[in-house]
Design a protein around this ligand. Structure first.
Ligand code: ADP
Ligand code: ADP
Length: 226
């Protein structure tokens, strides 16, 4: 019951005369409903792995299987369609649209997916309430605190009910206390929706709260001890 699999994934970057091997035969499987922490030092390749897993980048070799569909050889349009329906992203910085309210930002992916505005609005309001930020729905991103902005970004990431949530340091820009609260809301949402999540983080405390922790070593995804 894996919702996301990396199979023998290779990724190298050419940097001048050197070749930087980031992933080298990396295997990984994310099972339905589990939360996995990806913990590794800066520059280890966490973002690269998340971008490949999220079908934003092609690997140099190997395959990415999303909900049983092999994606390595698919053309861009099909990868985009799978990404939009099955995968949600959260980044360290929120990337919300500045001209729109929190509610409108969460409605946007649903409107793009063709949902009627009334339904999109109802779901957006519900998600903001789950994230404990319902009372800020009418505010634009600039009027929200960093923690509130991340709550909105998380609500937006799951607006189209993806199978998989990929998060790249989602609380990395927040002070420890705010990070804890935002993570708590994220965790509740993931648990409540049965979503599977792969979350890159430097925060050992938050990583310890997930179902398991993995790291990158010699181009492979390996488990960290409990
Ligand atoms: P992390 O997210 O763990 O900090 P990244 O995946 O962002 O790591 O980067 C891993 C390594 O690959 C870094 O050394 C980075 O400089 C390098 N890198 C990332 N993207 C590119 C690129 N497009 N071209 C060349 N090198 C890159
Ligand atoms: P949209 O529906 O806005 O066109 P896409 O389907 O292109 O978005 O991408 C889905 C998700 O991936 C969005 O959250 C978007 O922010 C993110 N994304 C798209 N392209 C990139 C990229 N090159 N690097 C990082 N994230 C990206």
């Amino acid at each position: 019951d894996s919702v996301l699999e990396l199979k023998a994934v290779d990724r190298r970057y050419v940097q001048g005369p050197k070749e930087l091997v980031i992933l080298n035969g990396a295997d990984f499987a994310l099972r339905s409903g589990e939360m996995v922490a990806l913990v590794a030092p800066s520059g280890a390749g966490k973002s690269t792995l998340l971008h490949i897993a999220g079908l934003l980048e092609y690997p140099d070799g190997g395959d990415v299987v999303v909900n049983g569909t092999s994606c390595a050889g698919l053309p861009d349009e099909q990868r985009t369609a799978i990404r939009r329906s099955e995968i949600g992203f959260v980044y360290q910085f929120h990337h919300l649209l500045p001209e729109f309210s929190a509610l409108e930002n969460v409605m946007m992916p649903q409107l793009i997916a063709g949902l009627p505005p009334a339904e999109a609005k109802e779901r957006a309001a519900q998600l903001l309430a789950y994230m404990k930020i319902g009372q800020r729905a009418a505010h634009r991103p600039a009027e929200l605190s960093g923690g509130e902005q991340q709550r909105v970004a998380i609500a937006r990431a799951v607006a189209n009910a993806p199978l998989v949530l990929l998060a790249d340091e989602p609380t990395g820009n927040l002070d420890p206390k705010t990070a804890g609260y935002v993570f708590e809301a994220l965790e509740a949402l993931v648990r409540q929706s049965g979503l599977a999540a792969l979350i890159a983080t430097h925060n050992e405390e938050l990583a310890a709260r997930m179902d398991r922790r993995v790291t990158l070593a010699e181009g492979k995804v390996v488990p960290l001890p409990e």
